[in-house]
Design a protein around this ligand. Structure first.
Ligand SMILES: Cc1ncc(C[n+]2csc(CCOP(=O)(O)OP(=O)(O)O)c2C)c(N)n1
Ligand SMILES: [Mg+2]
Length: 433
């Protein structure tokens, strides 16, 4: 697998197009499944054509090499499969949980049980499952506002995530965070973040603390790694580059996981980014950059394994670009009218859950009935989460400013010497939820 990582580094080192016959061909207009046209601002047409041709072939080979090599290795052993039955069932259950949970969120949102913006993860499950299921509990994950499924994969109970969405005291942040701010100290889920890119420095800091504990404080067994998840649009923000730099400089145990779903709200990745191949930014900073099919949990898992092991060995960060797709609008408030139906259909046909199911059945890893049993169990888990959240109490008014300021009672002592928030009229005139 090292070959694949180095092959992607190698790809970036080509500074000119070696094959003039390819260079004279028309560029492919699509970046994998995107129906948007690549826009080139390069001065000469032939140079941009050359770049386009190179982009496509190098990005795809980065991953297929990983899988090919793995298959060759395992072909000589007893099985040529990428997973055992137990692993497959675990992955399937986690992805089905993510999907069923999000579908239920949509129902609850439209019934008025949740407030604020709610961003669903449908379609992207292979990324969360493929990466997070390889982690130990002590390892950390940092998410975005599209964070429910990362929380579930990391082991935060469905009841706590749903209650958080309902704004109830039994939520993982006692109802104070809501959809975009899932957090669990116990599970080392270091937050969902509403500002894009905001989680990347937090993840980099967590990775720094693992290294510091091991190398400075002498905690020899502290080999914890951190996963930072974020989107394609976020890669055009400054924190991303600052953190790539520090992580490479200090060889931090972090994996930057880009969930490239080709869109940032209504902005196509192809329109917004000078070089749409995000994985190439890894080698530019001196770390491996890999592109993987993010609709295939087995491929994601293989790449994730290599990157996580590398980080645990103390060899530093990796940038992984997972090409994926969201099956719903940006948030539940988005009518999703901008994306081309043909593009949506292309990715819908590559549903990661259906693909894993097919793989497991065709390779005799599971029978249809076994998978059905998992789906039924998950339906019950999600139903139970809703009942639990619905019946849970609302936070008391006094909790309003907890965890906002260092003084738990919050800001402001009135002229009578009492905390302003204790005044029953304190929230008068503000929005009530
Ligand atoms: C700093 C900042 N700027 C702008 C926004 C508004 N905003 C919310 S989501 C989003 C697009 C992010 O797209 P991407 O990173 O691809 O993530 P995706 O929603 O596709 O998962 C933007 C610009 C924000 N939340 N934070
Ligand atoms: Mg995106």
């Amino acid at each position: 697998m090292a070959t694949a990582f180095s092959s992607s580094i190698h790809a970036i080192q080509h500074s000119r197009c070696e094959n003039p016959s390819i260079a004279s061909k028309k560029p492919s207009s699509a970046f994998l499944g995107s129906t948007h046209k690549l826009r080139f601002a390069a001065p000469s047409r032939s140079a941009s054509v050359c770049a386009a041709t190179r982009r496509r072939s190098s990005s795809v080979s980065a991953v297929s090499e990983v899988i090919k090599e793995k298959k060759q290795k395992s072909a000589s052993s007893s099985s040529n499969l990428l997973i055992t039955k137990e692993e497959g069932l675990e992955l399937y259950e986690d992805m089905v949980l993510g999907r069923a949970f999000e579908d239920m969120c949509a129902q609850m949102y439209y019934r008025g049980k949740m407030f604020g913006f709610v961003h669903l993860y449908n379609g992207q499950e292979a990324v969360s499952t493929g990466f997070i299921k390889l982690l130990k509990k002590e390892d950390s994950a940092v998410s975005t506002y599209r964070d429910h499924v990362h929380a579930l994969s990391k082991g935060v109970p469905a009841r706590e995530v749903m209650s958080e969405l309902f704004g109830k005291t039994t939520g993982c942040c006692r109802g104070q965070g809501g959809s975009m701010h899932m957090f669990s100290k116990e599970h080392n889920l270091l937050g969902g973040f509403a500002f894009i890119g905001e989680g990347i420095p937090v993840a980099t800091g967590a990775a720094f603390s693992s290294k510091y504990r091991r190398e400075v404080l002498g905690e020899a067994d502290c080999d914890h790694v951190t996963l930072a998840f974020f989107g394609d649009g976020t890669c055009n923000n400054g924190q991303f580059y600052e953190c790539l730099n520090l992580a490479a400089l200090w060889k931090l145990p972090i994996i930057f996981v880009v969930e490239n779903n080709l869109w940032a709200i209504g902005m196509s990745h192809m329109r917004a980014t000078s070089d749409p191949q995000i994985w190439k930014k890894g080698p530019a900073f001196g770390m491996p950059g890999v592109h993987v099919d993010g609709m295939d949990v087995l491929k994601v898992r293989e790449v994730a394994k290599e990157a996580i092991e590398r980080a645990r060995r103390g060899e530093g960060p990796t940038l992984v670009e997972c090409e994926t797709y969201r099956f719903r609008g940006h948030s539940l408030a988005d009518p999703d009218e901008l994306r081309d139906p043909a593009e949506k259909a292309h990715y819908a046909a590559r549903d990661p859950i259906t693909a894993l199911k097919k793989y497991m059945i065709e390779n005799n890893l599971a029978k249809e009935a076994e998978l059905k049993t998992i789906e039924k169990k998950i339906d019950e888990v999600v139903e139970d989460a809703v009942e639990f959240a619905d019946e849970s109490p609302q936070p008391p008014r006094s909790q309003l400013l907890d965890n906002v300021f260092a003084d738990p009672k919050g800001f402001g002592i009135g002229p009578d010497g009492r905390y302003r928030c204790e005044d029953p009229k304190f929230t008068e005139g503000t929005a009530h939820v």
